[in-house]
Design a protein. Structure first.
Length: 441
């Protein structure tokens, strides 16, 4: 399947300039490629579209490894490949779950591409769960973050263990101080630099400062979020316990939120991201874990409850909004002892929090259903749509995003129809199979 056919399937009219250059570099040479481009410009598609042209879909061998700094980006990239419908199989491997379970999936799926974190990929290679002998392509996504997190030794070991490796593709949203030594930027190597020279953040982002009269900013945050109405917003904090505290406060005040940090179980993190990305929660309260690797296109507001700890952290936080051609806003909540960090470039405008028209936060448009059956039970998206329409009494336009996992599925439905769906599907069968259907809270 060629690139245009895949774009048609994804309902994308054309590649942007960065993606065109990347496709030409990957397909038009046999050297390594380093791509530097801001967040939100479509780097995942930029490397996957040409990569899938180079792999053999008739082979059951793993031919490409994609290293990511965290599980969320591995899962998200895996989902992007699956959405392309290009005939290649893939899976994601990461810490936090049993290696044996992933080994079973690798044997069942027989992927040609594996997305994963460095340590877990090395583990599978060491145990021969992944054969190293047919891997010709290595992609390191967010290589600057991988190096920052101390993965360089893991990545060097991985590269040295791949005897058939021919090509490396590295991607980053920031200009790292150095390209890793194991990348062969020889005469055949290509550097594609789409980072703006003097533009720290997109010109489509407006910067605001909000002053909190109290050292504790909770009340100011509440008023600020109320002023946003039902817009999609991320509130960034620097510590896990602070995320829990702020999230609990917002829940008590009537907001529908998603809580996201590295201390949560993987299922909790998946639930949180799914609720936020499908419109079932207006606010994501998170550490900087959510500042990278999340491709949620319609985030209008970024709120710095805690000031970013570095310029790089600031750039990645703000990169969650104004993705593609959208506009966005970022807000610094400051108490009397704080000021805008020196590294923030551009005009920061004072923001007066208007008196909200309604005392209660608006509810999100959607709600999320958990369905206890998935691909292994021969359940498809079409089956779920049919079930929700026929048994749940919904119209097609009252159903949002549906994600079908191996043993369960998520489905977004209009919030005002939630009680009706739960009532009418209680105890009913989907494709003749009895299952659990409940709200993800």
């Amino acid at each position: 399947m060629d690139i245009q056919q895949i774009l048609n399937k994804l309902h994308i009219t054309a590649l942007n300039e960065m993606q065109q250059h990347t496709a030409e570099a990957v397909l038009g040479s046999d050297g390594d490629v380093v791509l530097l481009s801001p967040t939100g410009t479509g780097k995942t598609l930029a490397y996957l579209l040409p990569l899938v042209q180079l792999l053999d879909s008739t082979s059951d061998a793993v031919q490409a490894l994609v290293i990511t700094p965290g599980r969320e980006l591995a899962l998200q990239s895996d989902n992007v490949l699956k959405s392309m419908g290009c005939g290649l199989r893939s899976t994601a491997c990461y810490g936090g779950r049993a290696t044996m379970d992933e080994h079973k999936v690798l044997k069942e799926v027989r992927p040609q591409i594996v997305f994963g974190t460095p340590g877990r990929l090395n583990d599978h290679l060491d145990k021969d769960n992944i054969s190293r002998y047919a891997i010709q392509y290595l992609i390191i996504d967010e290589f600057d973050k991988c190096l920052e997190m101390g993965f360089q030794g893991e990545m060097q070991r991985l590269v040295k263990s791949l005897p058939a490796l021919r090509r490396r593709i590295l991607l980053s949203a920031t200009n790292a101080e150095q390209i890793p030594q194991f990348v062969n930027m020889s005469k055949k190597g290509t550097l594609i630099d789409f980072l703006p020279e003097d533009e720290q953040t997109s010109q489509r982002i407006t910067l605001y400062e909000v002053h909190s009269p109290q050292k504790d900013k909770l009340e100011t945050l509440r008023q600020l979020l109320l002023s946003f109405g039902d817009e999609s917003s991320i509130v960034f904090l620097n510590y896990r316990d602070s995320v829990e505290r702020v999230n609990n406060y917002l829940l008590e005040e009537g907001f529908v939120t998603s809580c996201f940090h590295g201390g949560l179980e993987q299922k909790q993190r998946e639930d949180a991201l799914y609720k936020f990305s499908n419109g079932s929660a207006n606010v994501l309260v998170s550490t900087d874990l959510a500042s990278r690797g999340l491709d949620i296109p319609d985030i209008q507001n970024i709120v710095h409850y805690h000031l970013p700890e570095s310029e790089d952290g600031y750039i990645h936080r703000v990169g969650r909004t104004a993705r593609w051609d959208a506009a966005g806003r970022t807000f610094f909540i400051l108490n009397s002892s704080e000021h805008i960090p020196d590294y923030v470039e551009g005009d920061v405008v004072p923001y007066a929090v208007a008196e909200p028209q309604h005392a209660d936060p608006p509810l999100p448009r959607m709600a999320t259903l958990y369905i206890g059956k998935g691909k292994k039970d021969k359940i498809s998206k079409g089956d779920i749509v049919g079930f929700l329409c026929k048994t749940g009494g919904l119209k097609a336009d009252e159903i949002g995003r549906i994600d079908v996992k191996d043993r369960y599925a998520y489905a977004a439905v209009k919030r005002e129809k939630l009680k009706q769906v739960l009532r009418q599907t209680q105890g009913e069968k989907i494709k003749g199979i009895k299952t659990i259907i409940e709200q993800v809270k």
